[in-house]
Write a protein that binds this ligand. Structure first.
Ligand SMILES: [Zn+2]
Length: 342
């Protein structure tokens, strides 16, 4: 048997997939939005399962509180402050070097969403907030790309496949976004590792099934909810809303930039994110040389890091910066102007 034959043998002999199904998987492209607990688990199964191209998007880097449930990340990644998308790519390439893995250490935003989703067959939601999900929902309906909504908090989780063409969308289910700060997050309420793994296993199973082409919209609009502590499992059906802004009226507020998240503060830690006012190309190496008088500078291919006594600034090649050790957004903005310009 060749390496590929042997690698995917358990899919080849599986009646539900077979060699034809595996071939379809190898020609599929999947965008995973978020490389936290949901993203790392989904990516693990999809990479090992032979999805042709995985695109991994995450804005943040690995920290100690991630290691409890985000598989693939190591203590070394925390010590090095490695961006999650890059750390996950490195980890997955060790498991499957035969597929394409693209890491994008950037924030999934209205201005880059269409570019990041170009040519993909499916989007997996592994984000941690409602505005990002509404943005994925807009994108899905605008470009007719199916996506799989997922979430987990405490011991509970849920997953929902939405086709982007027929049936309901996320706005049919949720309506208007809740006011910021009114929902609990994993950072305030905690989360059980296996609960996330269960949700992402559902997402990965749905993804594989849909991409093999067997009744691809079978799960459309069926909301699966579970409690991994009580071992409770429920399924309900989401109905299409004939008045829905997105799937009935075709207005994409979040993709048009009218419903964006406040992305200055980073959930769960003392850090502020700054976006460039006018994105331009940036020469990280030249900037690293200029910053040497300001503190300790490390320059990597996709980002540089400046460590001073007061803060640590990580500047990515999309010109976005994260200031660790700061909570004051205006101070971060003025430091950004001083060190990066703009
Ligand atoms: Zn809708």
């Amino acid at each position: 048997m060749s390496g590929t034959e042997e690698r995917y043998n358990r899919h080849h002999i599986l009646e539900a997939i077979g060699k034809d199904g595996q071939k379809r998987l190898s020609h599929s492209k999947v965008l995973i939005v978020g490389c936290g607990a949901l993203g790392t688990h989904s990516a693990e199964y999809l990479a090992r399962g032979g999805i042709g191209e995985l695109r991994l998007v995450d804005r943040d880097f690995v920290d100690w509180s991630n290691l409890q449930r985000q598989i693939g990340f190591t203590e070394e990644d925390v010590r090095n402050g490695t961006p999650k998308a890059l750390a996950l790519k490195k980890h997955l390439e060790k498991a499957n070097s035969a597929i394409t893995i693209v890491a994008e250490p950037t924030e999934f935003q209205f201005f880059n969403a269409e570019k990041l989703a170009r040519d993909v067959d499916l989007i997996i939601d592994a984000s941690d907030n409602i505005p990002t999900r509404f943005l994925i929902n807009d994108l899905s309906w605008k470009l007719s790309i199916p996506w799989i909504y997922g979430g987990a908090i405490e011991t509970r989780g849920h997953a929902l496949f939405l086709s982007g063409r027929d049936g309901p969308c996320l706005r049919c289910y949720m309506g208007e976004p809740p006011p910021p700060g009114t929902l609990q997050t994993c950072d305030t309420a905690g989360v059980l590792g296996p609960a996330v793994a269960m949700v992402s296993s559902i997402q990965a199973s749905m993804a594989i099934r849909s991409l093999t082409g067997e009744d691809p919209d079978l799960f459309c609009g069926r909301l699966f909810r579970l409690d991994a502590w009580k071992m409770d499992w429920k399924e309900s059906r989401i109905e299409s809303d004939p008045e829905c802004r997105v799937c009935s009226r075709g207005s994409f507020d979040f993709l048009d930039g009218k419903g964006q998240l406040n992305s200055e503060s980073l959930c769960g830690r003392e850090a502020v994110q700054v976006h460039p006012r006018t994105p331009n190309d940036i020469d990280l190496q030249a900037l690293a040389r200029r910053l040497e008088s300001a503190g300790k500078v490390e320059c990597h291919p996709r980002y540089l890091r400046l460590t001073t006594e007061d803060f640590v600034m990580t500047l990515f090649d999309d010109q976005r910066a994260i200031f660790d050790g700061l909570t004051d957004a205006s101070k971060a903005r003025s430091l950004y102007s001083r060190y990066v310009g703009d």
